[in-house]
Design a protein around this ligand. Structure first.
Ligand code: XCC
Ligand code: SF4
Length: 628
């Protein structure tokens, strides 16, 4: 390597707090295997106009930039900084809402194909949940079999994507006081797709010209995601693959096994990964693996499809967003199966340094350099088998001299669906009682991604530790939850790190102070939990002693999540500054003005300890508002 060992050591330390990532990061620097951190460095310094949101590239009269000190105050069309920033933000929200909701639609379609017998290998795993949801839609399931009820439920859900009823059924899960806020603010989502399409319409040149009006539509779009597309993704996945229940598994890169065929599932859609789990468990596959010289097949997860498998099946979770290249650098990965979202387009380049095959599976997400095995519900199991066989065939090509699987996996308790929480606590009232008497100060949802702007996992772990130390129960999803797992915060013993009252509650129920609630679309579970607590107390969500945080967010999806948290009445603290600072008016609206509309605001605080201060102060204020 050209790099001095001390520099390599220092770089690895400054890039991550994940102990299993550090040795692999060093290896990548020594061997010149490019990672996201290297590309981030190459991109510095960023364009300051783009970073503050005041560049616009929407139409062919531009591109335009606002440069006040040169008296360039408007784009060619006349748009000012406020408008350009607001349109860019609405674009991000719509993109994120579309990603979650389109993923949701694919699962609802799979449920429908399962009901009609077109999808081989899928089945109804939670008929009770199917029938509860049928009830919400007013579908009479009495005397009918599960599949015929599933056919009606899935059609009703598909209809909600473009419904002309002007209301999404699941928004009725929100307490009346919250729905009233939405009605008065004019942000009740009318259908999932409609709000996204209208957002695209509004960012066309010459449509939306009022920054506030544009941002309010962003809230409506995000509500269609949180209470619509994402919630459908979550609940239909539960119907098809089972509603998660408490289970214990393992997290970090050391879940790879040097004597097995290692296959990683990366992306978001459980329709694919669940079928790979089935294929890999078949005895013929095990025989093939043995013939290839392996002791078996080891499936591991990455990112959110990993969270789905961890929650439902206890499949070990190898890591979060910034681990996706490092897992290849272990030299022990035969196949990485990708579907979509949060997948670095450069993964096949990384894999080309090893024997690892990258297998893309979605017609929506073709990746040059990958092997393409298109995945359709009709032929899912057969495709899954082919991919597993590919992994087995790759095993003999592994170079044992290049294998580096650092450290030991950490134990993690997961599976905290709202149903599991309710069952485990015996309903919501014990949790509400614990909050009322003050042993639990409040609840915070810590969610979202990794971002090379933040030392990997440090934002999540520091904030989470601070919150539980202050008696705040933490609910996590996405890459935040994986970071917590790696740091040992998902073990019941982590109660020792919590304030005495919270620790007692955790010990009494045998749970950790940090509840892993699932993938990014499962942020909808956090909404349902909040709605359950609000109903139990008889108030709107905005009056609860709860908060949200996304300490290391990067994705448009995270912007949609944060927006639907805020629109639902949940104060939300971002750890990475959105590209809005070029418009003080937009900043003011988001961090103050929204309070008058939805009784909640955004805040931005990169320092996780100070973010915990903000959340604690907010929770205390809401407590005194409730007189507790
Ligand atoms: Fe992680 Fe969901 Fe973020 Fe992607 S977006 S980086 S949380 S894998 Ni959902
Ligand atoms: Fe420039 Fe207006 Fe076109 Fe944007 S929409 S590129 S600000 S002319």
């Amino acid at each position: 390597s050209l790099m001095n060992p001390a520099v390599i050591e220092a770089k690895a330390e400054e890039r991550t707090i994940d102990e299993t990532a550090k040795p692999l990061l060093k290896l990548s620097l020594e061997e010149g295997i490019e990672t996201v951190w290297d590309r981030f460095e190459q991109q510095q310094p960023p364009c300051r106009f783009c970073a503050s949101g005041v560049s616009c590239n929407r139409c062919a009269m531009g591109p335009c930039r606002i440069i006040p000190e040169h008296n360039r105050l408007r784009g060619v069309c006349g748009a000012d900084a406020d408008l350009i920033v607001a349109r860019n933000l609405l674009d991000m929200i719509a993109t994120g809402a579309a990603a979650h909701s389109d993923h949701g639609r694919e699962i609802v379609e799979t449920l429908h194909k399962t009901a009609t017998g077109e999808a081989a290998g899928y089945m109804i795993s939670d008929p009770g949940k199917l029938r509860r949801i049928a009830g919400e839609y007013g579908i009479d399931g009495a005397g009918r079999d599960d599949l015929s009820v599933a056919a009606d439920v899935s059609l009703a859900m598909l209809e909600e994507y473009g419904t002309i009823k002007n209301e999404i059924c699941f928004t009725r899960r929100a307490p009346d006081a919250t729905r009233q806020v939405w009605d008065e603010a004019g942000i009740m989502p009318r259908s999932v797709d409609r709000e996204i399409v209208e957002a695209m319409h509004r960012v066309q040149m010459g449509v939306g010209a009022d920054y506030a009006n544009i941002l309010v539509h962003g809230l409506r779009t995000s509500l269609g995601d949180g209470w619509g597309g994402s919630l459908m993704a979550t609940d239909t996945s539960d119907i098809l693959f089972g509603t998660p229940d408490l289970n214990t598994s393992h997290v970090n890169l050391a879940v790879l096994k040097d004597d097995r065929v290692n296959i990683a599932l990366h992306g978001h859609n459980p329709v694919l990964s669940e079928m790979v789990v089935r294929a890999a468990g078949e005895p013929e596959m095990l025989d093939l693996a043995r013939e290839a010289g392996a002791d078996g097949i080891n499936l591991v997860g990455l990112c959110c499809t990993g969270n789905e498998l961890l929650m439902r099946k206890g499949i070990p979770q190898a890591g979060n967003h910034l681990n996706q290249e490092l897992i290849i650098a272990t030299g022990a990965l035969e196949v990485m199966i990708i579907d979509y979202q949060c997948i670095f387009p450069s993964l096949p380049r990384t894999a080309s340094c090893y024997h690892t095959r990258i297998v893309s599976t979605s017609p929506k997400s073709r990746v040059p350099g990958s092997l393409y095995f298109p995945f359709y519900p009709e032929s899912a199991l057969e495709t899954a088998r082919e991919i597993v066989r590919l992994g087995i065939e790759a095993f003999p090509e592994r170079d044992p001299a290049r294998v580096l699987i650092p450290g030991q996996p950490v134990e993690a308790m997961t599976g905290f669906s709202v149903e599991a929480i309710g069952r485990h606590f015996g309903g919501f009232s014990p949790l509400v009682d614990a909050i009322a008497e003050g042993s639990v100060l409040g609840v915070a949802g810590v969610v979202g991604c990794n971002n090379p702007k933040v030392r990997h996992d440090e934002g999540h772990v520091t904030l989470t530790r601070e919150l539980i130390r202050r008696g705040i129960l933490v609910a996590e999803t996405g890459c935040a939850a994986i970071a917590a797992g790696k740091a040992g915060l998902l073990r019941p013993e982590a109660a020792d790190m919590a304030a005495p009252g919270l620790a007692n509650v955790c010990r009494a129920f045998g749970i950790p102070p940090v509840l892993h609630m699932g993938s990014c679309v499962d942020c909808s579970r956090i909404l349902v939990l909040a709605a359950g607590l609000a109903r139990e107390i008889g108030v709107g969500i905005h009056r609860l002693p709860i908060a949200g945080a996304a300490p290391e967010w990067y994705s448009q999806k995270a912007v949609s999540i944060a927006s639907y948290f805020v629109a639902s009445g949940v104060y939300t603290v971002l750890g990475v500054m959105p590209k809005i600072t070029g418009s003080p008016a937009v900043v003011d609206l988001l961090t103050r003005g929204l309070d008058g509309l939805v009784h909640a605001t955004f805040a931005v605080e990169p320092d996780p300890v100070r973010a915990a201060d903000l959340i604690e102060a907010h929770i205390k204020e809401k407590r005194s508002g409730l007189g507790i």
